[in-house]
Design a protein around this ligand. Structure first.
Ligand code: KIV
Length: 269
């Protein structure tokens, strides 16, 4: 385990203010997480993408709270630098008391410092406000939220029309007012992501959202070139890095110097 200052929500806020990019990757086990920590990653997300990359499912919908707790504990055992974020799985945050119970499990049993919930609107903002009032750090997730795959009719870029963009912007303001301390924006046109990251005080982490946000996240298996049908925003860092450790170093450098994502890895509209 490497020894470096532990990343907290204050670190992320300071980075946004200093216009220093925040780096995040997903991890699901101790071995990869330890290498990411050594490379200097700011945040690790135990994403419900584990449904895709660990379980081999077509969506994230079958992931349970037990699954995330288990993988979170594996990751937590190997790191001490990065802020550890845990995803709340599909239907694990549908009413106040279930949400609080499940979020508590991810923190107390999994070792997470922050929980992430998908979606916007008044009801979601109220749920988030309730978690924050219990002292939990919460990350929002808007845009192409994978748990909404069947409502969206597939994994489609969101916020392309003026009306849809306005709705995502409104939701970002609602979540910020509810108390989120980090926001993931996924699969949205770059100009919308830039506007939101300029308008809200909360650090915005993009994935398929262009370079003009406060940081980037990628799924581990995607950035190691293991996805046979990668999305436009994915870059294979193992191809340039030559080793897994160097892939993490290259990713961190490319996010920090703004060379990732490039225009060709971005949805302009
Ligand atoms: O589950 C996940 O890995 C995620 C990222 C794609 C942001 O939510």
């Amino acid at each position: 385990m490497t020894q470096r200052p532990t990343v907290t929500v204050s670190t992320l806020q300071a980075k946004k203010q200093a216009q220093e990019k925040i780096t995040m990757l997903t991890a699901y086990d101790a071995s990869f997480a330890a290498l990411m920590d050594k490379a200097g990653i700011d945040c690790i997300l135990v994403g419900d993408s584990l449904g895709n990359v660990i379980h081999g499912a077509a969506s994230t919908l079958g992931v349970s709270v037990d699954d995330v707790v288990y993988h979170c504990r594996c990751v937590a055992s190997a790191i001490n630098g990065p802020l550890l974020v845990a995803d709340m799985p599909f239907m694990s945050y549908h009413d106040r008391s279930t949400t609080a119970h499940n979020a508590h499990r991810l923190i107390a049993e999994g070792g997470a410092s922050m929980v992430k919930l998908e979606g916007g609107g008044e009801e979601r903002a109220d749920t988030i406000h309730h978690l924050c009032a219990q002292g939990m750090a919460v990350c929002g997730h808007l845009g192409l939220t994978p748990q909404w795959v069947h409502r969206f009719g597939g994994f489609k870029v969101q916020g392309r029309s003026e009306q849809a963009a306005q709705q995502i912007e409104t939701e970002a303001h609602q979540l910020a007012a509810a108390g989120i301390q980090l926001l993931v924006l996924e699969g949205v046109p770059a100009p919308l992501a830039q506007r939101i990251s300029e308008l809200i005080d909360v650090p915005v982490i993009g994935i398929g959202a262009g370079v003009n946000v406060d940081g980037q996240v990628l799924v581990l298996h995607d950035m190691l070139g293991m996805n046979p049908r990668p999305a436009r925003f994915v870059r294979d860092f193992l191809a340039t890095g030559g080793s897994i450790e160097q892939a993490f170093v290259h990713y961190i450098e490319a996010v920090r110097d703004g060379s990732f994502p490039a225009a060709a890895e971005t949805y302009q509209q």
